[in-house]
Ligand binder design. Structure first.
Ligand code: ADP
Ligand code: ZN
Length: 843
């Protein structure tokens, strides 16, 4: 007999469990894994997704599945497997992981439907209250309404108590229901003439009673007489001034037919309309399969294509993913395009993950040109409707390529054959809110589950990623990557030269400005030649970075050598009472800002605070004629502002672009011949083991924005610590040097890749509560480590987080370090603790 109980992940926030239900006769044979259903849960009706069928239910007394909400599964079997994997790896509730995969609007919560009964009247109640009367009248008028609909009629009035009373007294019935998904596909209406022209002509005089309706309908009909095909009604409205009622009248007289056609909303319409520009080498071959690959590209692609071959019994090795390590402009995207083609040739679909769609328009355009009509975009600024349509088209196999940020991984493709993660080191692949997960790890797991070929690509793979990569012959362990390298740029100009400018010397020579002599000179030259410059500001941790302007040293904690950070305490309204101090976030050491530098005794200790407004003002003062664009969080709050700023700049309507982290995400700006890094060391001195890596990445990526065309390019890097290994390696485009040094440091301290980390964070309005909870858990953790004999796992903390307050909440954290620290916490209920496996930052 078929196992006949459905195991269902119930969509109740924060619920970990799966529950078993039986199938009522009307659903027998209709239900499969991945179906979206409604089930009773407590007193409610809630949504859930069928995970599997079991012969033996986990409880004796099962309830029935109520209804099937969509005849097609909302999750594929591979997605269900991925959700289980995510839940286990990230210690998150299964429902939350499934929630990542359903488009918003499908995941509606249950509501209550109210209806008036016929039998009872108000007279039974001697003195009905105002609310009472209004509610009954409303329901009588509308027939029935859901709670959320009634809310709209009763602003700030508690009508629910009254509704309960009315239900009890039999005036009103209520039952739990699930509202239909709020997203609906979009229809367009079309019209078409359906009689011979002569018939239409003879009907003209009698088309309306008033002169006005007559002329409108005549105009509409004349327009349709000229247009033999189906026409979108909005054209007809525009041409004739008629409205829908007029067209309905014409249809009534059987002169025209009105049709409704479902259209798929296409979020790409906008991008497609933009001029693709003609400045870059990229634009010549937007459509171009015609390119001849370079030797390096050819070798890398060959390896990847081999992975598409059905594996022979002999070569039945685990399916290793690839790490494509190639400098910016080395032709990685071209390789993704060819691999995608191969997957499609095999009848499969493709997922391309990028850090942020708005920042990679060139990549999107190249895919659009190569696979016209087959590309779907997923990103955060789509409307629910747009997202829903893309989701459905993907589910039906109508889209062959999905491009988007981390959430695009969860598109329900029937048979993914190729998954690429571009800029795979990028922090945006890590979801920084629960459920915390890494889309890179998830992509690797998903590819394994689907048997898809997976390529991670970057100019600066993370230390952990690079550590796992071996030459294709050597890759053995199941989790290792096959390394493919593209060491050279396609346009053979080499990498842009980087000039390191020592800002201490500038200071000594009397220059107290933001810009060094060298940078001012270079800017001047670029502007004279009518080329473009980028000025990069590393904003992270800006205001808290304290250092000596004479020797360049950041102030460190005397007890644990971790960088001290600057804090202002008190109310800004009471300036007298403000205290300024320096703090260690590892051990809690505090001191006042010293007058003299403890290293060189200089008296130029400053905290560093520099915003893009200030840089903008300085450029304006030095070069009054330069057209300057600012690109930071301030100027990009509005929808589409990234696109607008970028298209302005690429169209050369500005000469200088001042920007922050967004500049480091793979932009292709051919006219840029100068990149100025205003201060490279900010971010290096944060109390976080990953700060060196992040700074190296960002510097390398930003430097890579220069010299993307035959115009060539240079980089000027300003720093107070020119001898620092991160600065040296970034200036020399020397990933191997950085990697060797950083790996050494990680090994000494036992940080990833030599151990894994687990971050536990507690937030509370009261600082003391956050602290006491943290101390309590630390004690428990120590006991678990002891009793489970896991001495290789160590506890760091508890300590306040670097950003010790967020949205009015105090933050404390505990870090676990060990071979598999998450496993210590599995199946232990930690309540309000935020658990982050493999965190990207400990700030
Ligand atoms: P990456 O993704 O590594 O930054 P791209 O794939 O964008 O590199 O390539 C950089 C530029 O070189 C693009 O403009 C691309 O169109 C062009 N390009 C890539 N491969 C070739 C090739 N084999 N021959 C000529 N131009 C190429
Ligand atoms: Zn300390």
């Amino acid at each position: 007999m078929m196992p006949s109980f459905a195991r269902i992940a119930v969509n109740v926030p924060s619920l970990t469990g799966e529950f078993d239900y039986h199938l009522p006769p009307h659903l027998e044979g209709k239900l499969g894994a991945g179906h979206l259903v409604t089930v009773p849960f407590g007193k409610q009706t809630v949504q859930g997704v069928v995970l599997e069928f079991v012969a033996e239910p986990s409880v004796a007394d099962t309830k029935p599945v109520l209804a099937l909400l969509d005849s097609l599964p909302v999750l594929t079997t591979a997605q269900i497997a991925l959700a289980h994997w995510l839940a286990k790896e990230t210690l998150s509730p299964l429902a939350a992981c499934i929630g990542l995969m359903l488009p918003s609007g499908l995941g509606q919560q249950a509501d209550v439907l109210y209806q008036v009964t016929d039998k009872k009247s108000l007279t039974a109640d001697s003195q009905p209250s105002m609310i009472h009367r209004r509610l009954v009248d409303l329901l009588r008028e509308k027939g029935s309404l859901r709670g959320r609909q009634i809310d709209r009629h009763f602003k700030n009035v508690d009508w629910r108590k009254t509704a309960q009373f009315l239900t009890r007294s039999g005036v009103v019935t209520s039952r739990s229901i699930l509202p239909p998904p709020s997203v609906r596909s979009k229809f367009i209406r079309t019209a078409q003439l359906c009689v011979p022209l002569e018939v239409a002509e003879t009907s003209m005089p009698g088309l309306g009673k008033t002169a006005e309706t007559l002329s409108r309908r005549q105009a509409a009909l004349r327009f349709l007489m000229r247009e033999p095909a189906d026409v979108n009604v909005s054209w007809i409205y525009a041409e004739s001034g008629c409205n829908l009622a007029d067209l309905q009248e014409l249809a009534e007289r059987e002169l025209i037919v009105l049709r409704e056609t479902e259209i798929w909303r296409d979020p790409l319409e906008k991008i497609g309309d933009q001029k693709s520009g003609n400045q870059g080498p990229g634009s010549q071959e937007l459509g171009g399969q015609g390119l001849t690959l370079t030797v390096e590209q050819g070798e890398a692609l060959n390896q990847i294509l081999q992975a598409f071959q059905p594996r022979s019994l002999k070569a039945l090795k685990p399916h290793h993913p690839f790490l494509l390590h190639g400098v910016t402009g080395s032709g990685k995207t071209e390789i993704y395009l060819r691999a995608a083609q191969e997957a499609i040739r095999h009848g499969k679909e493709v997922i391309i993950l990028v850090p942020e769609i708005a920042l990679t328009p060139q990549t999107v355009r190249r895919f659009l040109a190569r696979f016209p009509g087959q590309v779907g975009l997923v990103h955060s600024r789509l409307s629910d409707g747009e997202r829903y349509d893309t989701w459905r088209r993907a589910r039906l196999g109508q889209l062959k390529v999905i491009i988007g940020p981390r959430s695009a991984l969860f598109t329900p493709l029937p048979n993914p054959g190729f998954i690429a993660v571009d800029e795979c080191h990028d922090g945006s692949y890590h979801q920084s809110e629960p459920p915390f997960y890494s889309a890179v790890s998830a992509a690797l797991a998903y590819a394994r589950m689907c048997g898809a070929v997976c390529v991670l690509g970057s100019a600066t793979p993370s230390i952990v990623q690079r550590y796992q990569a071996f030459s294709p012959q050597e890759a053995q362990a199941a989790e290792s990557f096959r390394l493919l390298e593209l060491p050279k740029r396609i346009i053979n100009l080499g990498m842009p030269s980087v000039q390191v400018v020592d800002m201490r010397a500038e200071l000594k020579s009397g220059n107290r400005g933001i810009f060094s002599q060298a940078l001012v000179g270079a800017l001047d030259e670029v502007l004279k030649k009518d080329q473009q410059a980028i000025l990069f500001l590393n904003r992270r941790g800006t205001a808290t970075y304290v250092f000596c302007r004479e020797c360049g040293q950041a102030l460190k904690c005397p007890r644990c050598d971790s960088p001290l950070t600057y804090h202002v305490e008190g109310q800004t309204s009471n300036v007298e009472k403000l205290t300024y101090d320096l703090r260690c976030h590892r051990c809690g050491y505090t001191r006042q800002l010293p007058k003299k530098c403890p290293v060189c005794e200089g008296d130029q200790i400053r905290q560093y605070g520099l915003g893009s407004e200030k840089v903008e003002a300085e450029v304006a003062a030095l070069f009054p004629l330069a057209r300057v664009l600012r690109w930071d969080w301030e100027t990009t709050r509005q929808k589409d502002s990234h696109e607008i700023i970028l298209s302005h700049f690429t169209a050369h309507r500005a000469d200088v672009l001042i920007g922050t982290q967004m500049l480091a995400k793979g932009l292709d700006l051919p006219l840029v011949t100068l990149v100025g890094i205003v201060l490279a060391d900010v971010g290096l001195n944060l109390p976080d083991p990953f700060s060196a890596e992040r700074t190296f990445d960002v510097l390398t990526q930003v430097a890579g924005r220069a010299g993307r065309s035959s115009l060539g390019g240079r980089v000027i890097l300003q720093t107070f610590q020119p001898e620092h290994y991160v600065i040296q390696a970034a200036a020399g485009h020397d990933y191997p040097a950085f990697y060797a040094r950083e790996l050494d440091y990680r090994r000494q301290l036992g940080y990833p890749p030599f151990n894994r980390l687990m971050r536990m964070e507690y937030r509370h309005v009261q600082a003391t509560k956050a602290e006491s909870e943290a101390r309590k858990l630390a004690v428990k953790l120590a006991q678990w480590i002891e009793s489970e004999d896991r001495r290789e796992t160590t506890i760091i903390g508890p300590a306040p987080c670097f950003f010790s307050r967020l949205n009015g909440l105090y933050r404390w954290q505990i870090i676990l370090r060990g071979p598999n620290p998450a496993s210590l916490l599995r199946d232990k209920n930690l309540g309000d603790w935020r658990l982050e496996v493999d965190p990207l930052s400990l700030l």
